[in-house]
Design a binder for this molecule. Structure first.
Ligand code: NAD
Length: 715
């Protein structure tokens, strides 16, 4: 044994070949935490002094190779100064460089996933052999940073600047074929033949029939580009990538700048440039928000997993109603492998649901994401029905019929009589209380809300709503089914609007008040889109539909009259009265027509300005900052209320609900993270400027307490 640690061992096997194995004790995956980096440094030092070693094979004893850096350490780490971060990166890099400089050939067996720091480890060795089942990549930009363990330096020299820019700036995971094509790896081998292939290659490297020295020098040298080529590559890429990433995500463009800057340098100098650039990105609020989201997502997954033990198996599901939502639920369930009965009262409804599913699947087939056989298999898992024929075999039902309490009551009672006693019933209602719907059921403990978002196949969130009598088993089973459908479930307690709509409607309230006070709705859209929302409030209302918004708004007003009931007619109500329903009838705040590709395009409708005169008090001028504050303050305060009222258990779940459910700008980390970023005290000061606008703008006592005591939502 050359080295034995808690994360790494190095053994000499035959013919002078040493094998360094990553196997982090007590963890299911390998990751680059402090311990692993420290041990890698110690192992490299031992190897450097081992006279009997002629070559090194690096591998992992787990299913994955190395999943990446330990992101749980980032939060603390990134609190350090830029200088400290640079020093930290250079220290870690000295370890990778020590591996790269070993006085014999080195080769990595990429037996499973190798991402971020994991793949940077692979790049430090001379050769890379990849399992046909593995994936590699540098996804750091997704956390608002870029590779910091030499990835920008080594990858650009190994696969060329053009390819490295694409790998690093898009941050995607690469399959073996792509990695081989781009020459990021030297061979792709079946999992069980990896070690033999590695030994054979290593023997050739040791006996000199394969030359490792030349490629090592190339990797450590300057990038092979002349000034003109360099200029063309980097400048063109900057423009393109800036357009793709958008102004709110600086890391991809910074990565290109860094690669451009160190192109003419040899390794050690180049790594210094990378470390400085990395530290600069790590200190941005964007990185803090995205790292925060990652950690929140981990927390969500942990919470969902904790329900596993109590969950009943869902081998077969059913959805009632084959409309927009029911059709989507059927598609998603079948796609992810749970067969589903799709029941409607009308054949036309069933036909529409199936047509929608076929359309989505055909797109996947034409994009090469699925074969025709797989498509047929998915379609076979959707069982259209006009009656309750085989509902005894159904483990969970999603009710998605029209949003009418009487119809829902009747349908839920009907289905309760035809399913087994242990079948879980759920409703996809957007506005009706789950406790209220449970009142007419014989087994209210088996009933909860399962609120999907439109379009079901795209939106990652499912709110699982606990009614007063819902059992934990019903919640657990619904959470497990949502997970099986590839969704992120968040368990919330019952209240009007549940979590997400309860928070969204105060945001629409802010918009209505802005329009009332003479703001231009087009300016509101532009400002909020620049702020980071996928669409501005007027456009979003057009997509939601003015009838839906009006109806849900009424429910919210009834539930929270102190702050969601308005004394005067709102812009949304006015639009509704004038049959301007939004995209569904091609006229709302904007007018819509189909473009050449059949997609709805919005255009300004001159009539709207005049029509809004009915609700506008006076012509007003608003700065972008005022618009942002007047839109965001009510949304943030309502999020605080949901947390205080116990609608949602943690800040992490509240924020993730907003990111996954309504596209809250991820780089701002969610409403509570946003308050933290501004500072609770400063947030209350901003809110107080708008006190006269009503209770939507009044911070809660709890928030004021937090401001006084300097408390934050996140640690
Ligand atoms: P939809 O009008 O598109 O579909 C409703 C379907 O239910 C129709 O196909 C209708 O034929 C069928 N139906 C009516 N009575 C039935 C019965 N007794 N048995 C079986 N089927 C019956 O409606 P939708 O937009 O899909 O909404 C369905 C539910 O999902 C509503 O509760 C709605 O609030 C909720 N929801 C909608 C959205 C959305 O954006 N559309 C988002 C979240 C939740």
């Amino acid at each position: 044994m050359i080295y034995e640690g808690k994360a790494i061992t190095v053994k000499l096997i035959d013919d002078g070949i040493a094998v360094l194995t990553f196997d982090l004790q007590g963890e299911s995956v390998n990751k680059f935490n402090r311990l692993t980096i420290e041990e890698l440094g110690e192992a490299a030092a031992k190897l450097g002094n081992a006279n009997d070693v002629k070559g090194l094979i690096v591998t992992s004893a787990k299913d994955v190779f190395i999943v990446g850096a330990d992101i749980t350490e980032f939060k603390e780490l990134f609190k350090g100064s830029e200088e400290e971060l640079v020093a930290n990166n250079l220290k870690a890099n000295s370890v990778f460089s020590a591996i790269e400089d070993l006085p014999f050939p080195t080769l990595t067996i990429i037996n499973g996933i190798a991402l971020g720091g994991g793949f940077e480890m692979c790049l430090a060795t001379d050769y890379r052999i990849m399992s046909s089942k593995a994936k590699v990549g540098l996804p750091e930009v997704k956390l608002g940073i870029f590779p910091g363990f030499g990835g920008t330096v080594r990858l650009s020299r190994v696969i060329g600047a053009d390819n490295a820019i694409e790998w690093i700036c898009a941050g995607g995971e690469k399959r073996p074929e792509q990695a081989l094509k781009d020459k990021a790896v030297d061979a792709v081998i079946a999992p069980d033949a990896l070690m033999d292939a590695a030994k054979t290659t290593m023997k050739r490297l040791i006996d000199g029939s394969l030359d490792y020295k030349e490629r090592r020098e190339e990797k450590k040298g300057k990038l092979q580009l002349n000034a003109m080529e360099s200029m063309m590559t980097f400048e063109t890429a900057k423009g393109f990538v800036a357009g793709q990433a958008g102004r709110n995500y600086p890391a991809p463009v910074e990565a290109i700048k860094v690669m451009q800057k160190h192109a003419g340098m040899t390794r050690d100098k180049a790594i210094e440039v990378e470390a400085k650039g990395f530290a600069k990105m790590a200190k941005t609020p964007v990185a803090a928000a995205l790292v925060g989201l990652f950690l929140n997502d981990q927390e969500l997954k942990k919470k969902a997993k904790a329900y596993d033990k109590q969950a009943l198996p869902v081998n077969r599901a059913a959805v009632l109603g084959a409309g927009i939502m029911g059709g989507g639920v059927a598609f998603q369930s079948a796609l992810k492998g749970t067969p589903i009965v799709m029941k409607d009262i009308a054949q036309a409804g069933l036909d529409l649901g199936l047509k929608e599913a076929k359309g989505l699947l055909t797109k996947r087939v034409s994009r090469g994401k699925m074969t025709a056989e797989q498509m047929a298999d998915v379609l076979n898992k959707i069982n259209p029905a006009l009656g309750y024929g085989d509902f005894k075999s159904v483990d969970l039902v999603v009710e998605a019929v029209v949003e009418n309490p009487k119809v829902k009551d009747a349908v839920l009672r009907e289905v309760e009589d035809v399913v087994r006693e242990d079948t879980i019933l759920t409703s996809n209602t957007s506005t009706i209380s789950i406790t209220r719907l449970a009142q007419n059921l014989k087994r209210p403990e088996n009933f909860c809300g399962m609120h999907f978002f439109n379009p079901v196949h795209m939106m990652p969130l499912v709110e699982v709503i606990r009614g007063e009598k819902t059992s934990e088993q019903a919640i657990a089973t619904t959470v497990a089914y949502a997970k099986a459908m590839g969704k992120n479930p968040i368990v919330v307690n019952d209240c009007p609007g549940f979590l997400v709509n309860r928070i969204l409607f105060p945001y629409f309230g802010g918009f209505n008040l802005l329009v009332r006070d003479g703001a231009d709705y087009k300016q509101c859209d532009k400002v909020m889109e620049r702020f980071g929302w996928p669409m501005g409030p007027a456009y979003l209302l057009d997509v939601v539909g003015m009838d839906t918004a009006k109806h849900a708004g009424d429910v919210m007003a009834e539930g929270f009259p102190d702050r969601m009931q308005y004394s005067e007619k709102t812009a949304v109500e006015l639009m509704f009265e004038n049959d301007r329903l939004g995209q569904k009838n091609d006229k709302g705040f904007y007018k819509y027509s189909l473009d050449k590709k059949g997609k709805k395009q919005k255009a300004v409708d001159e009539k709207v300005e005049q029509m809004l005169g009915d609700v506008v008090h006076k012509k007003g001028e608003f700065t972008d900052e005022e618009i942002i504050e007047r839109m965001m303050v009510p949304l943030c305060i309502e999020t605080v209320r949901c947390l205080e009222d116990g609608i949602v258990e943690t800040a992490a779940e509240a924020d993730m609900g907003l990111v996954y459910g309504i596209g809250f700008p991820p780089f701002r980390g969610g409403a509570l993270f946003y308050i933290d970023t501004i500072g609770v005290e400063e947030f209350c000061r901003i809110a107080d400027k708008y006190e006269s606008l009503g209770k939507l703008y009044h911070p809660t006592d709890g928030l004021r307490e937090m401001a006084k005591s300097g408390k934050k939502f996140y640690g």
